[in-house]
Design a protein around this ligand. Structure first.
Ligand SMILES: Cc1ncc(C[n+]2csc(CCOP(=O)(O)OP(=O)(O)O)c2C)c(N)n1
Ligand SMILES: [Mg+2]
Length: 796
């Protein structure tokens, strides 16, 4: 009996010791994080970094949240989360400072190689070959972005993936990617950012879909200078969301309100809420109120300007770290001295980490400076006339205590200007070229995949047709393709408005939901923004989503996550994350202001980092789908609306043939003029070419096939060399995609050298296309207009 009591006592003592240790460890991390914020702000104010935004005031919630973030989980958050990153061991203070200094060495800033502002974190999702890592065995941080609430749409996709892995039988085999869908997506968002449509659309979609998402609203009462009363109904996001609260027998979300200074309270509620969402996939939202911003919003500006004195006093009084300290002392978990020791240790640790990061950042630049100085000084010896100016250049560089890479290049360039083409400058020029190359890799690489998963490396395989190949409507050809593709590739998922039950508005997926299940082919709400986010998140988790925008005109609703998130992802992570989402849409021709748009300039200018496919028919589209599905780059496929009912032969190697990206096709041979176009407009160009035939004018028509990339082997130039006349036709506004093609062929390909007459563009009018057939005719390019312009060109 006595023995048993002592065992119990020992156990209690052990668990008390463990608890105490954990609390003190959390307190230490909070102190380190606070100190990091304080020191980092000074770095910016003294000019060592350009801008800083920190997590001070949010520490306690994040050490609490980190306790429940398990292996396999995902975070989609924003710039306040350094404490969380320290607590789960995915960021060190030194790495934090490396990013603050914009260190371009991926070994120093492993999140973005100096490409992102500080506190924009990421972990690797793919290896150098573009193969997915075993995300189920890692803690995963989807790369942060700065647009407020921009993390929300992607978070939906990251959470939906868990649901897919849990519910879709054919996905169960991918145990490297998921442990039966147990992964929770942790989302952090600022109180003011909940004013964004992104927030509401995501929460609604998550509540409808029932996906494992834990949203933490860091409520510090302000969005920069604008307080809650101008942001949120009832000044409380948890109050405002009450209608979404899940009840017995409904969907919805669980809502908790907690206080940002209440460490113990948060630990308790987070444990409960995250357990529930992990098990049941009911989303949960934690409204973390009464947080503070000890140093204000960021290094740009001071909060004393807009916060009333009482608020500032209150923030000091209710500082989380201060409250945690009081709580530790009250509960006798540590003595005042012990805590002071921890605080002192934090200060030293942060100071050392900062110094190491600074050394690592500056070391390589110092070496470049030394090398440049040596070369310039020796150049001075060979060029007595320029010597004094050269020596001045090198001594200026030496006296620059915080030189940038660009300072080295500017100095070398100035030295080379002085040296002219003198032989003595050989090594200086050589070094200048080496550094230029190195900086190109550091700053300009990874817009797209560059390794084996680059879409541009997919080999061309031609479509093959049996002698008795059936001729079908375009939409039927697509439908056969999707059927085979879904049978072959378990990772394929398609979703969008009307995609499920009726199989999309043009029946590409007709009958396929029945065959492959709702888990793979599904209807969504009318929510283009989060359909895109759903695609982005699913793709990041290693799946192959086809995310549909019903009509190209409505891409505007979904453009932000594509432009800010999908298109920048590979670049902003230095190639460590990829997002092979395929956005499927249809456009160019239908009727009226909101159903016939072809805003291609908007698309290609906002989506660099994605590929833009504009197939002229469905067989070409299928070849492009096959190419994209063999690679990791995100893309948008714009099927042409007037193509679904055109007759096409069904290829017999539907899953094998590929259409390479960036390779135009000459679809009509001619000798007098080159007509460059794509998609629906090609058929109008063909009509015009037929009409011009009667006048002995022979047109060569080039289908560019993809706008991004554009004609990588300069096939258009070959045609222009032959015809010496060129005209670009598209349905975009004047100066839109036509201007882009014009620039590519005439400037980049050097086409201007081969012109006999002034080049032309024919575009739609600047206004939207009016409704009806006449509206279309008088708003968009038409065959007669093309005929007239070409006749004119032939006379010149
Ligand atoms: C779409 C967009 N609009 C404006 C900004 C500029 N901006 C950056 S942070 C911020 C305030 C965000 O406040 P909140 O969501 O409460 O987060 P906090 O910074 O207070 O943690 C604003 C307006 C932005 N980054 N993105
Ligand atoms: Mg705020």
């Amino acid at each position: 009996m006595e023995n048993q009591t002592s065992v119990t006592l020992v156990n209690e003592k052990l668990s008390f010791d463990r608890f105490r240790e954990e609390v003190l460890s959390d307190y230490k991390i909070a102190c380190i994080s606070r100190e990091t914020s304080l020191v980092a702000r000074k770095e910016v104010l003294t000019g060592k970094a350009k801008f800083g935004i920190f997590g001070d005031g949010k520490e306690l919630a994040q050490v609490a949240m980190a306790k429940f973030f398990q292996t396999g989980d995902f975070r989609s958050g924003y710039y306040r989360d350094q404490t969380f990153m320290f607590a789960i061991g995915l960021a060190t203070v030194e790495q934090f400072f490396s990013q603050l200094f914009a260190d371009p060495d991926i070994n120093n800033d492993p999140f973005s190689a100096g490409r992102q502002m500080n506190s924009h974190f990421a972990t690797p999702f793919v290896d150098e070959n573009g193969e997915w890592l075993d995300l189920a065995n890692r803690k995963n941080i989807s790369a942060d972005i700065a647009p407020t609430a921009g993390q929300m749409p992607r978070a939906l996709g990251l959470a939906v993936a868990s649901k897919s892995f849990r519910s879709v039988e054919v996905l169960k085999q991918f145990s490297d990617l998921s442990d039966n869908g147990n992964e929770v997506c942790f989302v952090t968002v600022g109180d003011a950012s909940t004013s964004e449509g992104h927030f509401w659309e995501t929460v609604n979609a998550a509540a409808v879909l029932q996906v494992p998402m834990a949203i933490f609203v860091w409520d510090d009462g302000y969005g920069i200078s604008v307080p809650k009363k101008y942001q949120t109904a009832k000044s409380s996001i948890s109050e405002a969301l009450m209608g979404m609260q899940k009840k017995e027998g409904t969907n919805g979300i669980h809502i908790y309100a907690v206080k940002g200074w209440d460490y113990a309270g948060m630990c308790e509620k987070f444990e409960e809420g995250i357990r529930i969402t992990r098990e049941t996939h009911v989303p949960v939202l934690f409204h973390v109120e009464e947080m503070t911003q000890p140093q204000g919003h960021s290094t740009s500006g001071s909060h004393e300007r807009y916060k009333p004195a009482e608020r500032l006093d209150w923030e000091r009084e209710w500082d989380g770290i201060k409250k945690m300290r009081e709580w530790i002392l009250e509960n006798m978990l540590a003595s005042d001295d012990e805590l002071s020791d921890l605080e002192q240790y934090s200060k030293e640790f942060v100071r050392e980490s900062r110094a190491k990061a600074w050394e690592k950042y500056l070391g390589p630049i110092r070496k470049q400076v030394a090398q440049a100085v040596e070369l310039i000084n020796s150049l001075a010896k060979s060029l007595p006339e320029q010597a004094s100016q050269l020596v001045k250049l090198s001594s200026e560089l030496v006296s620059n205590h915080e030189p940038l890479r660009r300072d080295v290049l500017k100095t070398l360039n100035a030295a080379l200007d002085l040296a002219g083409d003198h032989d003595a400058a050989y090594w200086t020029r050589d070094y200048y070229n080496d550094l230029s190359k190195e900086n190109k890799i550091l700053y300009n690489s990874f817009l797209y995949n560059e390794g084996p998963k680059s879409a541009l490396k997919v080999e061309e395989v031609r479509a093959e047709f049996a002698e008795d190949a059936p001729t079908l409507n375009g939409f039927e050809v697509l439908n056969r393709y999707f059927d085979e593709a879904f049978a072959r590739n378990p990772k394929l998922l398609a979703f969008g408005e009307d995609v499920g039950l009726i199989g999309d508005v043009n029946q590409g997926f007709s009958g396929l939901q029945l065959k492959y299940g709702e888990g793979r082919i599904s209807d969504t709400g009318i929510r283009e923004l989060t359909i895109m986010g759903q695609g982005i998140g699913l793709a990041m988790r290693g799946l192959r989503p086809l995310a549909e925008i019903q009509y190209l005109d409505y891409l505007l609703y979904g453009l932000e996550p594509l432009s800010d998130d999908a298109a920048t992802l590979h670049y902003r992570t230095f190639g460590q994350q990829s997002c092979p989402v395929i956005v499927r849409t249809r456009g160019h021709r239908l009727e009226g202001i909101w159903h016939s748009g072809s805003p291609m300039g908007m698309v290609i200018n906002s989506l660099r980092g994605m590929y833009v496919c504009v197939p002229r028919n469905m067989v070409q589209a299928i070849g492009m789908y096959n190419t994209l599905l063999r690679s990791n780059d995100p893309a948008i496929m714009i099927e042409c609306l007037n193509g679904y009912r055109l007759k096409e032969k069904l290829p017999e190697n539907l899953l094998e043939f590929t259409v390479p990206l960036g390779i135009p096709e000459v679809i009509r041979h001619g000798t007098d003029i080159t007509i460059v176009s794509y998609g629906s407009t090609l058929r109008i160009a063909q009509n015009a070419a037929d009409m011009l035939d009667a006048f002995d004018i022979s047109c060569e028509i080039i289908d560019v096939q993809t706008l991004l990339p554009f004609d990588i082997h300069h096939k258009t130039l070959d045609s222009l060399k032959k015809t010496n006349r060129i005209i670009f036709i598209d349905e975009d506004v004047p100066g839109g995609a036509a201007a882009f093609m014009f620039n590519k062929v005439l400037e980049e390909q050097g086409g201007y050298r081969h012109l006999d007459v002034a080049p032309r563009t024919i575009t739609a009018k600047a206004h939207r296309a009016a409704y009806g057939s006449d509206g279309d005719y008088f708003s968009k390019p038409n065959a007669e207009e093309i005929e007239a312009v070409i006749k004119e060109m032939m006379k010149e």
